[in-house]
Design a protein around this ligand. Sequence first.
Ligand SMILES: CC(C)(COP(=O)(O)OP(=O)(O)OC[C@H]1O[C@@H](n2cnc3c(N)ncnc32)[C@H](O)[C@@H]1OP(=O)(O)O)[C@@H](O)C(=O)NCCC(=O)NCCS
Length: 168
Amino acid sequence: MRAALQEHLAQASHVPPNDLLEHQMVYGDRAKLHVHPTAVLNNALFNLSSGEITIEEYAFFGHSVSVLTGTHDISKRDRERQVTVPKSGRDVVIGRGAWVSSNALVLGPCRIGEHSVVAAASVVTADVPPYTIVAGIPAKPVRTLARPDQEAETFGQEQPPAEPAGAP
Ligand SMILES: CC(C)(COP(=O)(O)OP(=O)(O)OC[C@H]1O[C@@H](n2cnc3c(N)ncnc32)[C@H](O)[C@@H]1OP(=O)(O)O)[C@@H](O)C(=O)NCCC(=O)NCCS
């Protein structure tokens, strides 16, 4: 009975299979996309019109992340604006172990430092230091993460005073 119900629900479902969530969309020359085999990209969109994109080891993305190097010359108009696209100069590097979470947008040129985190739906418009959480539009540092040999530090918040000596 349970198996029959599951089969019925599977057939009746209008939800498409999830395999598309693991396929990347690439606009431009694929030779400009450099992905370490340990990186996880899900259904990212890469625009390679105006630079190279490098994803280092163990970096990983949530769903629907976009990484864009392309731009247009906004001093131009009409057809000229559509086609005036620099071929280089707007590279993106996503450093080792960085987590770019769902729906984030990364605009080149920039480097996301190793082991950093880009919060959901944030727009990265500048370099992100290593071991740093950035969030918002544009993405700004909200916290640092502990390096293997350091304590974490909080941006914009006062640290609580140290406990007096002898406190219980
Ligand atoms: C980045 C993230 C991991 C940080 O989580 P956290 O360590 O619990 O951090 P907090 O929730 O304490 O947030 C720290 C600050 O950043 C802000 N912030 C967190 N995420 C934010 C976002 N996506 N956009 C804007 N601001 C955000 C918080 O409001 C908070 O600000 P405050 O200090 O002024 O109150 C989490 O916010 C996030 O974006 N997770 C992604 C989830 C996701 O995409 N999952 C899919 C699986 S890959």
